[in-house]
Structures are given as C-alpha cells and as structure tokens.
Design a protein around this ligand. Sequence first.
Ligand SMILES: Cc1cc2nc3c(=O)[nH]c(=O)nc-3n(C[C@H](O)[C@H](O)[C@H](O)COP(=O)(O)O)c2cc1C
Length: 453
Amino acid sequence: MTEFDGTEVAKHNTNEDCWVVINGKIWDVSEFLRDHPGGASVIAAYSGRDATDAYNEIHDPELVIATLPAAKCLGEIRSGTLPESQQKLAALSTTAAVSAIAQYPPLWSVVNVAGFEKVAKRYLSPTGWAYYAGGAEDEVSLMDTGRLFRMITFRPRILRRVEPVSTAVKILGFPSSLPIYISPTGSGRYAYPNAESVLARAAGKEGVVYCMPTTAAHESVFEARSSPDQPLFFQLYTTRKQTKALAMIKKLKALGAGALFLTVDSPVLSRRERDEQAKVTETPGVSSGDLKWIQQATSMPLILKGVQTVEDAVLAYDHGIQGIVLSNHGGRSLDTAQAPIITLLEIRKHAPHLLAAGIRDKFQVFIDGGFRRGTDVLKALALGASAVGIGRPFLYSMTAGYGEAGAVRLLQMFRAEIETNMALAGATAIEELVPEMVNSERAESEMSRRIKL
Ligand SMILES: Cc1cc2nc3c(=O)[nH]c(=O)nc-3n(C[C@H](O)[C@H](O)[C@H](O)COP(=O)(O)O)c2cc1C
C-alpha cells in the first residue's frame, strides 16, 4: 500500500479536497462529506488530520470500509510523520474541535526566522522537530552562537552615500546575489516532500547557491535548477568506501555540481538525545585523515566543512584545499565545542593571511551555525568570512505546507535584512564591510590563549 507523509495529508484540508486518517489508513472523503449523516462539519473538522479517535468513539472500525468505495482508501500514513497539531482532537467536543483547529498561518504573517521556527515547532511531527531542532547532549554549542552574536556590536559609519546597496558576492567563483548559501541538512522530508528539489528551485529563483547533502545528491535535484548555469554544490561524508565516494564524485561532476564540501567534523556519530527519544536514525560520517585521493579524483573545488580551530584552518590552506567552513555542525557533533565565530576570530588574530581579499580566488573561509539575522551575517563578513551557511531556517521555512514559497520568502527576508543593515552600518558593497565596523573585543576575550602555530 502507498505510504504518505503527514505533510502530504495536511495539504488536503478543504471541503473540496478532504483527506482524513482513520486507524492508520488515509481516506479521501471529499465526495462523502456532504452525505455524512452527522453533517459535513464533523468530518471537515478533521480534514488533513488524524480522525481516528473521534471516529472510533462513535463508529465500528469496519464501517468506513463498508461505506466508502475501496478506491477512496489512498494508502497508509508513514509512521512518525503526523505533526501533533494534526493528531488527536477527540478529547474535545466537535464544536470545540472545530474552533481548536488552527489553520496554517498565512505566509505573509511570518516575518522573520524566529517566526518560521515557531510555525515549524507547531506543525512538524515530534520526530521531525527532534531531528531538526536538536543538538548534541546538553545542546550547549547549539545555544551558544546567539550569545556570541549579541556580544559583537556594530560601529556604524555615518553620513555616507548608502544607495544603491549591492549584496552580490562570488562563492568559489560562482556569482551569488547574497552573501549566504543554503547548508546541507540531511533529510528534508519531514518539512516538505522532495525538500531538496524545492530548495534547489528556491535558490535558483533568488540567485543563491544550494549545497545538497550526501543523502539527497540525486539527478532530480539538478533537474530542479532554473537554468543549467545555476550553481549547485554537494556535501560528502567520507564514511563511504573510497570506490563508492569516487563514483559519486564522478556522477555529480557529470550532473554539473560546482564544488564538493567534505564534512570533517563528525568522525563518529554524536550523541543526540532528542533523536534517541524520537527514534531518528542517521548514518555516521567518518572522516579519514587522508584527502589526497579525493583531491586527485576531481578538479572541482574541495572545501572542508567543519574546521574548528585556526591550526586546522592553516593546515587546510597549506594542503591546497580551496576553502573551509568554520562549523561545529550546528551544535550537533561535539557538544561544548567552541562557536565558529570564535574560530573566525582566532584566524583573524593568528593567521589573517587566510582572510585577505587577495587570496579569495584560491581560498575562501565560510562559516555556519546559528545565523538567524542579517546582522549576524554582516558581523561574520566584517570579520573576514566570504559567505555564511544557513541550515535549520530553510527546513523550517518549508513546513506548514509552505514549500518553495516559504524558502523563497526566507531568502527575501535575509535579503531585506542584509540590505537595510548594510546601509545603516555605512556600507554599499560587501567589500566595504571591514573589521573596524564591529566591536568584537568582548568575544575575543573568550579566545584560547594556548594557540601556538
Ligand atoms: C537536521 C540537520 C541535518 C544536517 N545534516 C547534515 C549533513 O547531512 N551533512 C552536513 O555536512 N551537515 C549537516 N548538518 C549541518 C548543517 O550543514 C550546518 O552545518 C548547520 O545546520 C548550520 O547551523 P544552523 O542550522 O544553525 O544554521 C545538518 C544540520 C541539521 C540541522
């Protein structure tokens, strides 16, 4: 029997197109609605949702089978994919249930990343929310990034001409309309069906780069490009046997991938307790120390994702790698690992040559983890990063049935925040964002004093 995710069921939530879940089976009751002896509104209250409890309270489990044509049973609900908000309204009377059903908030009412996160928390299944929102162990690294962004303040310059503002940058030689890109985030299916293709399409519309995760590196994502020139990167774990990895690199290069992000911060599977409770399973990413075979296998730029110290940043540069992502995997790997912005400050202090404008055509420093505002992005750029990766917010932006429109709206929100705040800081181009525009001294006081290069 065909299986459907809760997100798919949720889309059929009107009187004209009404699906309900009864005892694990999905029924199309659009036509039956008006014939229901108890009235249409009783069923309509559960459209796009799980009606099991309410149904079982009154009906024999076999009644639906006897009443509806077999073709109206469309399939089964995939376990763990029904958001809480789509489940269990039986404890309420029908009238209360009808009023308790919140419609998905209209997209225009979501005005910032925090808004998308709120919607995602409400409409994702418990499993999906645990997987997306969680971090390792006590989630200290996960939560720490926001604190550091707040510790870094702007030193805006005044009475400058601040129009027009250009947010364009080059990422590994590819043009991007914004100094941000979409980070690889495992499986997007809890948020929206074919989430990776949806993100590729949204990225194409807004002229930014999407880096797809290993698990979703398929033809279909490339087919979603708005033009063959649209840059798409892919991420690889080196768990894969060498032969498999090489075959994948070759295939993705042929499909038109522009760069390879090799994730190096997860040599073993980390301890994510929310996932354990919600029974999410994920393949560990094991990194091997030897990168020569990958460097030799491809002419694509090779980027190390998950560099967490200035020492390793220097090693990467010295080994001819084309770029690094300062990242602690969004707080999902080693808990209490330092925030990536601290690693950026370490590089500023001990190896500033890695951030020099003059070397950006052969080496770029990217950063990700906890960037939720245009101002967060601008601080990292002023301190020398070439671009910023954004992970979870894109997953959140596709929930509640928003899909591509949500991801496009999120990019437009970042665009508006970056443009406005650049002008307020006194910059009209990304190159004009210089270290003197921020005061990062409080954050610098948290840097290790034991660094020896
Ligand atoms: C649900 C989820 C899955 C992820 N899966 C991957 C992955 O498969 N490969 C990878 O390199 N990074 C993965 N990451 C890490 C992101 O690429 C990125 O480093 C991190 O999410 C950035 O932080 P942010 O989510 O706070 O923006 C994942 C992150 C999340 C939240």
